[in-house]
Design a protein around this ligand. Structure first.
Ligand code: SF4
Ligand code: MG
Length: 313
């Protein structure tokens, strides 16, 4: 469905001394139709920037992004607007992205207004359908966001994302702001919707447990780079990258399965405006050698469908 080809997203720092922030630095991968591609990494690793870029809320500095074969990296104007129907996003904080002065009905009408779609009758029927899809009903139509619970607000965010029948939805920490019990409900809803509507998700979370629950394949990011990509069960079986190993060792069930102890990483995540030379993980990697400080490891397919960027392999 989607292919990122050497995508870079650089930001100019606030002043001369802060330099260029390489938020996403030369990332290539594919997203298959119908899958949930989970992305995990510590905060600041570039996963949100990557998600926003894939649906062109941000413009990549370099590289190509193909959606159903069409390069969307440089689209502008009407073509960009047209493309937006196919790719939507759900954000972390539902309160922040629902206009407090608009009712649920008005909020759900926005996508149709922006894209000048449908007569009033059609839109009303579609809005009812959307509410039902996310487990709400006509009672909620005239409610304002502050009258809804966190979970209900996120359901409205999901309904709005579904309005124009997108192919792919970026879920950016979509359940991270919710209580744990509500998280499970919303994750179940996303799963149901995916099956019912044939959706594809790019599911971003700092929470590996959540990513592990929902993903068909998982991409691990560190400081603007994708360091390992594999199917969920491949990664469960064997993780190669020392960073992935450390991340996964923090999940009790998974860590115990292999009889390994939790791996604590030394040091802070370096700044993306001044990343370490060679492998960006070398300052914290327990297995680093001289080559790691000098050469950037390429992401290579070392088993069918299992990609790793590390000199050890
Ligand atoms: Fe560690 Fe070297 Fe592999 Fe980077 S390339 S993860 S520093 S062993
Ligand atoms: Mg983020």
């Amino acid at each position: 469905l989607m292919k990122a080809d050497h995508v870079k997203v650089y930001f100019k720092g606030k002043n001369k001394r802060s330099g260029t922030v390489k938020a996403v630095d030369d990332i290539s991968f594919e997203i298959m139709r119908g899958e949930t591609f989970g992305v995990v990494g510590e905060s600041g690793c570039g996963k949100s920037t990557l998600g926003r870029t894939l649906i062109r809320l941000l413009k990549p500095t370099d590289g190509h992004i193909y959606l159903e074969g069409q390069d969307i990296a440089t689209l502008k104007g009407a073509e960009l607007k047209q493309m937006r129907k196919k790719a939507q996003i759900i954000f972390q904080d539902p309160s922040a992205c629902l206009n407090p002065r608009r009712t649920v009905k008005q909020i759900l009408m926005e996508p149709f207004e922006i894209h000048q779609m449908g007569g009033q009758m059609d839109v009303d029927a579609r809005i009812m359908e959307l509410l039902q899809l996310v487990g709400l009903d006509s009672y909620h139509l005239s409610r304002y966001p502050h009258e809804l619970s966190g979970g209900q607000k996120q359901r409205i965010g999901i309904a709005r994302a579904l309005a124009l029948e997108p192919d792919i939805i970026i879920c950016d920490e979509a359940v991270s702001a919710l209580d744990v019990s509500v998280q499970a409900q919303v994750l179940n809803l996303l799963q149901e919707l995916k099956e019912k509507l044939g959706l594809t998700y790019f599911f971003i979370s700092h929470n590996l447990n959540v990513v592990y629950q929902v993903s068909d394949r998982v991409g691990v990011m560190y400081l603007g780079k994708m360091v390992e990509i594999a199917a969920y069960d491949q990664l469960y079986e064997k993780r190669y990258h020392p960073y992935t190993e450390a991340l996964l060792s923090a999940i009790p069930q998974v860590g115990q399965e292999t009889g390994k102890k939790r791996i604590h990483l030394e040091g802070e995540v370096p700044s993306p405006s001044n990343p370490p030379s060679g492998c960006r993980f070398h300052t914290r990697c327990p297995k680093a050698c001289d080559k790691c400080r000098e050469e950037v490891p390429e992401l290579k397919e070392i088993e069918t469908g299992h990609f790793v960027a590390c000199h050890l392999y």
